[in-house]
Design a protein around this ligand. Sequence first.
Ligand SMILES: [Zn+2]
Ligand SMILES: [Zn+2]
Ligand SMILES: [Zn+2]
Ligand SMILES: [Zn+2]
Ligand SMILES: [Zn+2]
Length: 1216
Amino acid sequence: MDVDPETPRRIIDHHVNFVPKEGNGWESCPELPTPKEIMEKQDDVAGLPHNPVDRPWDSKEEYLAAQYQVLRREGIEGLRYSVRCYIEQPDMMDNQHTSVYVGVRVRSYLLSRLGPIARIEFSTARSPLQIRWLQSKRLTPGTIVALTTKADNFKSVCKIATIAQRPYTDGLDQTPPLVDLMWADTRAAVFDPDTELVMVESRNGYFESTRHALVGLQHVAQRASPLDKYLTGLHTEEEAPQFVKDNPTMDLSTLVHTIPEGDEDTIEDLTEPLRDHDILGGLPDLGRVTTLDQSQLEALHRILSTELAIVQGPPGTGKTFTSVEALRIMISRRQRYGGPPIIISAQTNHALDQLLTHCLEAGASICRVGARTESEVIRAYTVYEIRLRDGGGRDQRYKQLLATRYALERKIHDMVNDVFGDHLLSPLALLQNNIITQAQFDSLHDDTMETSTRSKELGPFALWLGDDLIHAQIVRDRHPTQEEVDEAAEKLMADWEFDGDMDNIAEDPEDAIRIAGDLVLLNHVWTGKEPGFVRKWERHVVRELKENDDFFGIELHYRGGVYRHLQAKLVQALTPKFTALLAQHRTICNALKAHRWFKDAQLLGRTGVDVVGCTTTGLTKYRGLLAALRPRSLLIEEAAETREANITSALYPSLQQLILVGDHQQLAPRCDIRWLGEEPYNLNVSLFQRMVNLNMPFKMLKEQRRMKPEIRFILTPFYPELLDHPSVEDESRRPSVPGMGGRNCWYFNHNWPEDTNSEQSKYNQQEADMVIKFFAYLVSNGTDPTRITILTFYKGQRKLLLNRLKREGSMRLPGNSFRVHTVDSYQGEENDIVLLSLVRSPAHGNAAGFLDDQRRAVVAISRARRGFYIFGNIDNLLKAHHECLQLWGQIWNGFAQQGRVKRALGLPLICQKHRNEIWVKEVEDWGDNAGGCDQPCHEMRPCGHACTLKCHFTEHERLPCSEPCRKTLECGDGCVRYCSQTCYCPCNTFQGIQITREAEQARLAKAAEEEVEVPLEQQLAKEMPGIGFFQAAANQALSRVPSKSLGDVRLSEAEELPEVSFASTSSPEKWNDFTVNIKENDARLERESRRLAAEAGTATKIRISDTYNSVALVDGRRTKTKGRSTQKLEVSNVTRRTRAKAATKSRGKQSSSSSSIGTSEEDLLCLKEVSREIDLLTGPDEDMAAEKARITTVPKPKRKEKNVEELLIDVFDLEL
Ligand SMILES: [Zn+2]
Ligand SMILES: [Zn+2]
Ligand SMILES: [Zn+2]
Ligand SMILES: [Zn+2]
Ligand SMILES: [Zn+2]
């Protein structure tokens, strides 16, 4: 059965020249919003259909209508709202929802291969802040904007356009800035450069992401597909695709991965019987030869043999692996029997590139549609590159079309020249457009008149205008200059750099380079002088023109005005002609695009591509091209995160098989307009989720190969069926976290208050400090920093954490070595150790923000392979509201049941050297921790000095020694520096030796072309990337060097030095600054002391103190005095011990120094019972408001810190 009898050319033409149905229904909506839609009032929105996701639809039509209308609303709602705001308050300033651009004028048209593009200038005077265009998301290509004339202010004029491109150089960097846009309707194109416009942009929503899906849905309504029956949710039977029914033979030999031990068979013996397998008869027994587990095999069978295959892959269960194994078989089938390419798609470019790379490895011939690949390997397989390699060149038809386009562009040029050329107005053009009469025309062409060379060159008007002929100067508003950078703006933009989700920006093969084309300038070169002496001269001018048949009869002082009037009239008269030409230009460009797609489709057919990949946006954007390949199979990765419409609109008529791989218990599709995401519109429910809701059979993968069992245990409430693959139980493959004594997960509870930053994002300072200290501890214990990911729910916290890490970690780790992510951007990723920072902890009341989203939480707790540590305020989450209690109560229980929480004690560390356990409860408790316990090290360093650090795991070779060096140098003096620094003496002899040696070294280096001497820090950084942290520890030690130890040697005046305060060790930024500056300062101080010594003669002692670094230099030698910090640290250690003791006493059971990991009853909370009790108390139907009221009326807990059961007793009158 051939479902789709159409030829590729017809399919493409149908797409490129798509005309919506006639009528007023959703099927007749144009691609871009209409002015009417944008100007609608809120009341008009009421008629939006509901989009239920828990019951089947009666018909495909009804379903598509709802999908379309809700999605379209989402695409335009932001702009509609912004235009409404502007109408209500036309003098509004920019705010978080709306940007207004004034002084907008069309400067030129770019006749590009995409069609005519208007280049406009604009002013950002309405922005309270200066805009950093390079970091700004304003006017992103693909954004829709609404324009009106300044005079009309959206009373009746509303022109819709999309941003085509926003080049920075010679564009946004200009004064005024320029940007390129495409009119939605060429009939609305502005031709008159003097028309002043206002442009409104919404900061919410991005039309480009819905635009192509909308058109796709209209296509889907017009053509039937074998998959239609599933869309309504009525059909839940499994069926095989027609092409598989026709030929169910598949080669399963790629599933053989190992020869079982003791087996005599060769690989051929094992694979041979699998080469011609009837897939509809099920899978053969592969138990011992494949690494796929049973659930993966069942999922693979479903993928190969059903029309709609849904595979749920919980965290770590090898979703992609299973897909790729299935693709291998599908690819080999295609290579054997032929057929169209398989289409694969993923939400992000990153995931898509990974999938395509796997296909390449499987020996497939691939093609990537859309150019936004980040992978160098995949870049070679874009359509563009394949086209280049093919070198087929342009065919006859293409050349014809191109010639037509150029001819049209010449016509547009000529027309524009009539008005804006560098000669004067053509009297003939004025006559032809009925602006002047025949008599007036004749009067300009009087042969008897004496002609000057000027009028010959410029035309008859030159003579007539005489001195009133002037160069046109465009009067522009003053724009703020680009240099006026507002500090606040700088701060704001600094954030945007991290916003980095620019993924959904228009994907076009040539996007990377600027759109090229013929530029047609719209500005007058010449004009007439204004009759400045008469007010309202315009009226007089019109009368003069009317009353005079002879141009030379017009009074001299009005002639300039008359000329201006004629110019305006001609622009007006030519506008319809101009817009008609633009429409023709767009048509010819579409024909070119259709032809290009056709050639591409032919090319992909000819080169025998097995797999075509694109993002889920690309599925609809390149719908014509992809549909023309007449694919039968479409596989979508992370399908539960993909919007339903993106998949539905990609159901090309030829498709017989749709494979959805994802996990509806992890992240859902995003929706820009919150209320449209929720009931009853449900835009953030995926097709995957809806099919599961409607009982469509699906296969769940069950064996996880990511997490150590104790981490997987925390996931049990969400995935009760999840099993551990033997590999994760193997200590050699999943070693325990060093320095944690076998506790590979822990919940650290606190009640430190949160804060809100200027972008309304949350952060928690103390929590961040705690996380960073712990990070440093793990690194000091031998964990590579790149093996640790810090996850957080808030952008504000992410930024804070990154700043802290960069400071604490010093300059020695490149910024991108730190893995700090928001949960939303980390789906599908994993790392050895994950530290999760929850942030939320309001000073008053309780709030969970989006921590109450179970799908996000599930992603957050399932990323770690070997170690998972949560930092957050559990009391707040349990009290926030009922669902949140349910969710976080279960997570908490996962830790508590394994004895992985101790509210009273905090976070347990176990040093690797002595196996001592210490507890950290406050940030200050970290004190001068060097990565071990509290015992001093006292060991001998290789240099001969005793170590002054506390217990540490890192070898001494990697820790800079902080003792004074005192080595006798060539000059006979003792070295004045610290042991870990390069030896130095300020005396002239040493300097001399130094200079000679340096010269010698330089000579040798040059001769041997050897590497220059690598400074100590660099050497260390090379050996061990995390050395920055050890450096910090060493600096702390440096501060404790008593002044005497140096004073004894050389400095008789040391005791007289005034007491100087040290930078406190509790302030890591100062230490970092100190580390960075130490060399620079030394050099500066030495220079200074040498200069003073030279001035004063050698007899005088020179003392210079550097108050910032609390260092004094006497006779060029660095010295310090004992600082307060040491004492402070000692004090904090005492309090920590006291506190721990007190805590032990109060419980009277456990010793704080015990390293046993028992289950503490006080920390354990059995949620099963709790939730049952809750149900009894509140009843299933009791609404949220009552629930909340209940929580807020709870009496304030007394000073005493409450534990979890007490808290739950308070909240739910619960007796445990
Ligand atoms: Zn120790
Ligand atoms: Zn030591
Ligand atoms: Zn030393
Ligand atoms: Zn030295
Ligand atoms: Zn010396």
